[in-house]
Structure formats: C-alpha cells, structure tokens
Design a protein around this ligand. Structure first.
Ligand SMILES: CC(=O)N[C@H]1[C@@H](OP(=O)(O)OP(=O)(O)OC[C@H]2O[C@@H](n3ccc(=O)[nH]c3=O)[C@H](O)[C@@H]2O)O[C@H](CO)[C@@H](O)[C@@H]1O
Ligand SMILES: C=C(OP(=O)(O)O)C(=O)O
Length: 445
C-alpha cells in the first residue's frame, strides 16, 4: 500500500500532458468484443488499474490482449466464453459493459451483478430495459444477470428514464449488431459516447447522433476490428486546471479539448481565474486576486461533471465566501467531506447540498480517499494546506489517474508517493470497491 505525501505552498507552473480518457477506453475495450474478424488496435490507452481489470476480463473470456506503449491490441476472434466473473466485475462496475456486446454477438451473456459502490447504489435497470426491448430475456439469480436472445436482437425504440452514460453505451453496442434500427431517446451526450460511436463506426457500425439526446443505430451483420485513438481525459484535464487555480499557478494542459471542458472553464472564470483556450490545449493563468465563491450543481453533460465535484470543492474551500455544491447525479457522493474536515475545512451537508465556508486555512493531516476523484481532491487540498498532508487509499486513485504524483511534481509540487504498510482492518473494510492490483507485465506476457 502506498500513500501520497504533499507539502503545501508551491504555485504550479509548466506543461502537463494528458492521458487517454478512462471513461472512453473502458467501453471501447468492451466494444472490441463485437469484432468477429480482424484485430482492434487502440492507441492512447491509459495505463490504469481499470484498464488492466477490463483487459483481464476480456482475457478470461478467451480474447487475446496485449498492451505496449499505451497501445492495446485485442483479437476477439478467439472469444469462447460469455461469462464475466464476480471476481472481476466486483473490482470495477464498468465490467458490466461487456453484456451488450456479448448478447449481440453470442446471443447470451452471464455477468455478475455489479452492485453498489462508494458513491451510490447505481442500478442497471435502464441497461436491462434496453436489452429487453431488443428481445432479450433477462434472469437474475445467484448474484448473476443472465441475458438470452433466442434469435438475433431486434432494433427498437428505447426511451431512457435517466440519461445514463453506461446504459446508452451498452445499448448502443448491442444495437450495432441487431437486426433493424434502434433509436435511443434521452441518450447521454458525454464526449466518451461520441468516442465509442466513432470506434464502432470504424468497426463497420452505422451510428448517427452520438453526442445528442437521440442516437440512431442501424444494425449490421458483422463488425471487424479497427484502429482507434482514445480522446484525452477531460476529468484529468479538469483536475489539473484546479491544481493550477488552487495554487495560483500557471499551467498549460496539453491535449485538452476545450469544448469538453466548458462547464469547468465557465466556473473557473466565474471565480476570477483566467483561462485561455487554444487548439492544442488549455492554459490556466497566474491569478491576480482572491478566488470568488460560486455555486455548483452537478448534471449530466454538458452540465458540470459529478466526476469533478470533489476537486471543485477543494478549490471552493480556498475562495472568499460561502459556496453551495449540489450533487444531483449520485446520491452518496459527499464521503470526501469528512476527510476535508480533517484538514480544518468548514463544510455542512444539507440533503444533496454541501455548504462550504471558504477562506479558512487548511491544515495538513492524514486523510483517506473515499473514491477515485476524492483521492485527487485531497491531494489538491494538500497543495495549499499548511504543513504536510498524507493521502491514503490510493487504490482508488490508481483506477483513474496515470502517474498523478509524478505529473504534479513535474509542475513543481512537493508531492511524493511512498510505500507504507496500512493497518489490515482498513484494507478489509474497503474490499467491496477496492480493485486488486494486478501485475501488469505478468498479465500481458
Ligand atoms: C466508466 C464510466 O464511464 N463511468 C462514468 C459513468 O458511470 P455510469 O455509466 O455508471 O453512470 P450513469 O450515467 O449510468 O449514472 C447516472 C445516474 O443514473 C443512475 N442509473 C444509471 C443506470 C441505470 O440503469 N439506472 C440508474 O438509475 C445512477 O445510479 C446514477 O445516479 O457516468 C457517470 C456520470 O457521469 C460518471 O460519474 C462515471 O465516471
Ligand atoms: C465514478 C467514476 O468511475 P466509475 O464509473 O468507473 O466508478 C469516476 O471516474 O469518477
């Protein structure tokens, strides 16, 4: 077990290069299962624990996977199982994204129930509703969801009750090989859905409207492997934008797609931060005055992302005045508040809102990441806290950030990652959401 040790007080400066987006690469890897012919080559695949986990899952189903220099090569012609085991699905909910591709290609899938996690219950009813509308029979028992289609899936009109990212992706993948046309209404509009649609279209799918609330998929008979580059990670970009703003630094975030970052850019500007957009990245400039308090409400894209809520909260702690952060996407995504309070933060929770008294001094402390973004947010708070902050629970952070401490250090932060032996009980308590670290070279040998 490792911890990150941060000493506050340095303004960050320089250039940071983004990795590929976790939330784009995971569904793309799942979609690669749809290829009955050819090999998929996925560039800019970030070296993250979640990527290793989904690759292990693909391998457990007979696919051939290799990873070198951030490029994944997936041969799904050797697929010989339609089962996703509890051991792998429990490490990462996104494993459930193999259900749509398996069902469409093989006519059946047996996937362990993904269950809840640290940020909420996260049901999958909208995914299942979509599969059923396409003709699948669903059975749930003994901790597994079994989906079966006696014949090829049929295109259908599916209205999602919630614009769910995962349900939109799972249904889009299943519909790519279905007979006839599927229309997903109230579809999620996240950039990662557009990236997945581009990958599927590269495989031979016929998808239009990804990135809008209405996606139209004309099913095709066969899909082939293709070559694709994953989009840069907008949440990693937003995290570094806040790292710059919180320290009053000047950082260029190379590779950032400004359009994907509009809600974050808008909030930073409202707070008095100068943000310069350009074609090859985004720059957060050295700030002149104090930060202003603002209110933030998380919403599906293009609203403010829930995956940036805790990092934004860290920034608001350093602003002048009172801010209100309202979380509308997940029902339990304020677990980091207690950890911030260990650092002398003044935050009160009222229902789905957190009321933040900004401007007080943050003090270095021992804290634990409660989910992956909370891990990053605690490090950000540590960058401006008085004294030393130690952040534990890094298995969360490793799911979604490549070399976080190293990237911050290259910008001048006093951050290091060190090995510690954590108390056994603390590790066991967290087993439901803790991804088990896999030996990368061993898994991809
Ligand atoms: C791997 C990945 O891409 N993860 C992202 C994805 O998660 P994920 O795809 O799981 O998130 P969803 O968009 O599905 O969830 C949004 C809300 O809808 C609810 N819901 C979802 C599906 C369903 O069938 N029924 C239902 O009620 C969820 O409980 C949640 O409250 O989008 C989230 C919201 O932007 C992000 O925080 C995650 O980082
Ligand atoms: C909640 C997140 O991811 P996941 O859906 O994979 O748990 C996240 O990336 O912040």
């Amino acid at each position: 077990m490792d911890k990150i040790v941060v000493r506050g007080g340095k303004a960050l400066a320089g250039n940071v290069k983004l990795s590929g987006a976790k939330n784009a690469v995971l569904p793309i890897i799942a979609a690669s299962i749809l290829a009955e012919e050819g090999i998929s080559v996925i560039h800019d695949a970030p070296a993250l624990d979640d990527v290793y986990t989904i690759c292990d899952l693909l391998k457990s189903m007979g696919n051939t996977v290799t990873y070198e220099n951030e490029t994944l090569t997936i041969d799904a012609t050797t697929l010989n199982s339609v089962e996703a085991s509890y051991e792998l699905v429990r490490k990462m909910r996104a494993s459930f994204l193999v259900m749509g591709p398996l069902l469409a290609r093989k006519g059946s899938a047996r996937v362990a129930l993904p269950g809840g996690c640290a940020i909420g219950t996260r049901p999958i009813d909208q995914h299942l509703k979509g599969f059923e509308a396409m003709g699948a029979k669903i059975e749930i028992g003994q901790g597994f969801i079994e989906a079966k289609a006696n014949e090829r899936l049929k295109g259908a009109k599916i209205y999602l009750d919630i614009a769910s990212v995962g349900a939109t992706e799972n249904i889009m993948m299943a519909a790519a090989l279905a007979e006839g046309t599927t229309v997903i209404e109230n579809a999620a509009e996240e950039p990662e859905i557009v990236d997945l649609a581009n990958f599927l279209n590269g495989m031979g799918a016929k998808i239009r409207g990804a990135g809008t609330g209405s996606i139209r998929i004309e099913g095709v008979e066969k899909l082939k492997g293709c070559v694709h580059s994953v989009i840069p990670d907008r949440i990693e970009a937003g995290t570094f934008m806040i790292a710059a703003a919180i320290t009053g630094g000047d950082v260029f975030i190379e590779g950032a797609i400004c359009d994907h970052l509009k809600p974050i850019t808008a909030k930073l500007r409202e707070m008095g931060v100068d943000v310069v957009e350009s074609e090859n990245g985004i720059r957060v400039c050295r700030r002149q005055g104090p930060l202003k308090a603002v209110d933030v409400k998380t919403l599906p894209y293009p609203g403010f992302p829930t995956d940036m809520q805790s990092q934004m909260m860290a920034l608001l702690l350093t602003s002048e005045g009172t801010s209100i952060v309202t979380e509308t996407v997940f029902e339990n995504r304020f677990m980091h508040v207690e950890e911030f309070c260990r650092m002398s933060a003044k935050i009160k929770i009222e229902g789905r809102s957190a009321i933040i008294e900004g401007g007080g001094k943050l003090t270095g402390s021992k804290v634990t990441a409660t989910d992956l973004r909370a891990g990053a947010a605690l490090v950000l708070a540590g960058l401006v806290a008085e004294g030393e902050t130690e952040v534990f629970g890094l298995h969360h952070l490793d799911r979604g950030y490549v070399n976080f401490a190293e990237k911050l250090r290259a910008l001048g932060a006093q951050v290091e990652r060190v090995s510690v032996s954590e108390p056994k009980a603390a590790v066991e308590d967290d087993v439901r959401t803790a991804p088990i670290k896999v030996n990368f070279s061993a898994n991809f040998a």
